[in-house]
Design a protein around this ligand. Structure first.
Ligand SMILES: *[C@@H]1O[C@H](CO)[C@@H](O)[C@H](O)[C@H]1NC(C)=O
Ligand SMILES: *[C@@H]1O[C@H](CO)[C@@H](O)[C@H](O)[C@H]1NC(C)=O
Length: 804
């Protein structure tokens, strides 16, 4: 304790006036010694006691007391300088010490010195600031001052601010002695790093010991758009399967922005991307989802690159890249391309002939694009694969157009995707014809009937051959094979129409001349070389009732008269004669019946209907005329029937002389007969003339035909019908046999039997006579038949064949 004792002796009054000063620090404890007043004033203790020394002060508060016994001043009460003097720098207590006997007083000043007993303090414990992070360095923020009740050196001495990262403290000494405390931004703030900053401002006084006060400064950093958005990746990858539906989210990109609020609000967009891709994808502005907008086709593009931008409200951006890989889906059928094909293949094509070349393409990839092809079964083709995706369709076995003229080959190709897709194509292949089939006649042989006396050129019937080949190879021509019938070329009998196979009769046939014949017809196709086959055609000629019966007996001649004699004694049933007739026709046409047409006496004779026997039917009487003339009609059974009449002269007499007496009757007839003879001779002359004329014509024609025959044969022209010279019966007389062609002479006793005989095949009783040589007589075998008959009832007259 620094105690300063100041002696100032002032003797202004008669009393001793002394002045004494002490200096004590404040806050001394009660009873502390302020000063030894007795000593300092030079007074004795006794005097103090006797003088009843006391302190006189006008103030009520008594801080100091006087101890008379000890002669010292003591601290009576704690002295607080700040309370006593506030800010006054010099703080002192003034009082007097009064003495009595003699009265004396002394002035005493006790100076109170400051003790550092107050810390600097701030009015508020905390100060709040809101500062934008965008605040520039150098920005100033005024702070509160600290207050220290102490004075002088014990007052606020300095300030400190901690930490000093962003702010520095600046203290201005104002002229009034006050200090302005500011903090200055030294380093920019970053809300994103530190949103709130806590600083402590400390005020320190200069006392000993030093005392301090603090204040908390809370700085809230306000956001500024100082951060750009940032994508989480610079490149994103995504896959999308093709044909994904619209609206599929392909990928999501994310960008972050460190800023707050609208400064950190990010909007996504597509930028710098090809127009076509831009149409395919859309980005959700807020969520960053990339959404598929159209159908996506792996076969068109396998990946896409989309550039994306993120923008915050402040306009800061970042960009990234999204690579979308498209995944293949088996959505393409294999394509079958026919590179080359033949629509037609010859049926004689060799095995392994290539018919079609096919190329396969599947636009899918991987397994989805692997293709296998096959063809339908049951076709003689096989699919061969040469190199990748190239197939050739080749023949597998021999072809036969006649079995199958067309094939539908279905080529089916499937890929190996799951599920597998396939496509198919049908090739129609025609098999072209090769002439490998000969024409085949419908029957192995033909038989046809033709009624005699046909008109030349009549179509008899048709042969038909079929050829399994096609078109020209199946165009059948019919050719009459050269042969001869009875020494005459068959072409003079029939002709065959080359196109239609119709067989025409070239001439009129006569059953009595020829009953049947056969020939060969060749069917030949139009192939090259042509193929052919033969058939035998047999023509049977049918009879017509074209010949009247021929009476063989009795012989009717112009000159001679044959007569039969009936004795007058003849009984009933006496066989007078027998009319013998033949008919060169056959069958019913040759079935003869006999009737009595006219008779001198109808009651005397009858004619056997079937056998032509003339018998008496009553006893002959003398009254009966000698000359009986019977007219017998012979009819055949044809339709219409033909007939011949014969006159039988019967003499009813017992002797020839009796007959002669009646000759005169014959004379009348003779005149008639002479006339007849004349006409016959005239007719003969005409016939002979005609015959010679015909002979000349025939020879001319023969020569002409001989010259033309080869030409005619090789040309396919229809055969010119050949009409031989007239060979029919020109004389036409009954009872004659000028034209006998082919017949059988039967027993007249039963003409029905002749039918049976006729039925026998290969009859020997055939007379063949050249129609052109009617004058020549041939031997008749049939004569023998009649004569050899042992039981023949015919005993009258012999059968004689006459000819002119
Ligand atoms: C082939 O197909 C065509 C058309 O579908 C059809 O007319 C024809 O009959 C078929 N041919 C065969 C041999 O199946
Ligand atoms: C046809 O017949 C003739 C003889 O008439 C014969 O030489 C020829 O070989 C036959 N042709 C056929 C294809 O049968």
């Amino acid at each position: 304790m620094n105690r300063q004792v100041l002696f100032i002796c002032l003797h202004v009054l008669h009393s001793v006036v002394g002045q004494i000063s002490y200096t004590i620090p404040e806050e001394m404890t009660k009873g502390s010694l302020v000063g030894n007043i007795a000593q300092d004033l030079g007074l004795e203790i006794k005097r103090l006691i006797s003088g009843k020394a006391k302190i006189y002060t006008r103030k009520t508060d008594e801080y100091i007391e006087l101890n008379r016994e000890r002669g010292v001043l003591l601290v009576k009460e704690r002295i607080d300088r700040e309370a006593l003097c506030t800010e006054t720098t010099l703080c002192a207590l003034h009082f007097q010490i009064l003495l009595e006997n003699p009265m004396e007083f002394y002035r005493v000043t006790v100076q109170i010195t400051d003790v550092n007993d107050n810390a600097p303090t701030f009015e508020q414990r905390e100060m709040q600031f809101k500062i934008s992070e965008a605040a520039i360095t150098g920005a100033k923020f005024e702070l509160e001052r600290a207050v220290d009740l102490d004075v002088g050196i014990n007052g606020v001495h300095k300030y400190e601010l901690k930490p000093t990262d962003n702010f520095a403290l600046k203290v201005h000494n104002n002229p009034d002695g006050n200090k302005n405390v500011e903090m200055v931004l030294q380093k920019p703030l970053d809300r994103e790093k530190q949103e709130q900053i806590y600083l402590v401002l400390t005020a320190v006084d200069g006392g000993e010991p030093q005392m301090s006060g603090t204040m908390l400064i809370v700085i809230t950093v306000l956001d500024a758009n100082d951060n750009a958005p940032v994508f989480t990746q610079s490149t994103y990858k995504a896959t999308v399967t093709e044909n994904s539906p619209k609206g599929t989210v392909v990928a999501t990109v994310t960008a972050t922005d460190a800023d707050q609020g609208s400064n950190g609000k990010i909007t996504y967009s597509i930028i710098n991307t090809l127009e076509n891709i831009r149409k395919m994808f859309e980005v959700n502005q807020e969520k960053g989802e990339i959404i598929l907008m159209t159908n996506i086709d792996f076969e068109k593009s396998r990946n896409f690159q989309i550039n994306l931008r993120a923008t915050d409200d402040g306009g800061f951006t970042d960009s990234c890249k999204l690579i979308v890989d498209v995944q293949d889906v088996n959505d393409n059928n294999p394509e079958i391309n026919i590179m080359s094909k033949s629509n037609v293949i010859s049926e004689d094509a060799k095995v392994n002939t290539v018919v079609t070349m096919i190329n396969i393409e599947d636009r899918d990839s991987g397994e989805n694009g692997k293709v296998q092809c096959f063809i339908n079964e049951n076709v003689p083709f096989v699919l061969q694969t040469s190199t990748n995706n190239f197939y050739s369709l080749v023949t597998d076995s021999e072809l036969d157009r006649e079995r199958a003229s067309e094939y539908n080959i279905t080529v089916t190709c499937s890929d190996e995707g799951v599920p597998s897709l396939s496509s198919s194509v049908t090739l129609t292949l025609q098999i072209s014809d090769v002439n490998d089939n000969a024409p085949v006649f419908e029957r192995s042989s033909y038989e046809a009937y033709i009624v005699e006396n046909n008109t030349p050129g009549l179509s008899v019937f048709t042969v038909k051959a079929r050829d399994a080949d096609w078109n020209q190879n199946a165009r059948v021509s019919y050719i009459l094979e050269d042969s001869s019938v009875n020494g005459v070329p068959v072409s003079s009998y029939v002709s065959v129409s080359a196109d239609s196979g119709v067989i025409h009769a070239v001439r009129s046939f006569d059953y009595e001349q020829i009953k049947d014949f056969h020939f060969c017809v060749k069917a030949q196709d139009g192939g090259s070389p042509p193929l052919s086959s033969n058939v035998t055609v047999k023509i049977l000629i049918q009879d017509q009732n074209d010949n009247p019966p021929q009476v063989l007996y009795p012989v009717q001649t112009g000159g001679s008269v044959v007569g039969e004699m009936v004795p007058r004694s003849a009984d009933v049933g006496y066989l007078v004669s027998k009319v013998v007739a033949v008919d060169v026709d056959s069958g019913q046409n040759a079935w003869l019946s006999y009737k009595l047409q006219k008779a001198t006496d109808r009651a005397l004779f009858e004619v056997g209907l079937q056998n032509g026997e003339i018998r008496t039917i009553r006893q002959v009487t003398d009254k009966d005329a000698v000359n009986q003339k019977l007219t017998v009609i012979v009819e055949d059974n044809g339709q219409p029937s033909r007939s011949a009449t014969v006159i039988v002269n019967v003499a009813v007499a017992d002797s020839f002389s009796e007959v002669m007496s009646e000759f005169t009757d014959f004379k009348q007839d003779k005149e008639y007969n002479d006339n007849l003879t004349f006409y016959l001779v005239l007719a003969l002359a005409v016939v002979s003339f005609l015959f010679i004329t015909c002979l000349v014509v025939i020879i001319s024609v023969k020569i002409y035909r001989w010259r033309q025959s080869r030409v005619l044969y090789h040309s396919n022209l229809p055969v010119i019908p050949y009409y031989p010279p007239r060979y029919s019966d020109t004389l036409g007389g009954t009872g004659t046999l000028q034209h006998v062609y082919n017949y059988e002479v039967c027993r007249t006793t039963d003409s029905r039997k002749s039918d049976c005989k006729f039925g026998r095949a290969g009859s020997q009783n055939v007379l063949i006579m050249d129609p052109s040589s009617t004058g020549t007589m041939q031997r008749i075998q049939s004569e023998k038949n009649i004569l050899d008959e042992p039981d023949s009832p015919l005993e009258v007259g012999r059968t004689v064949l006459f000819t002119t």
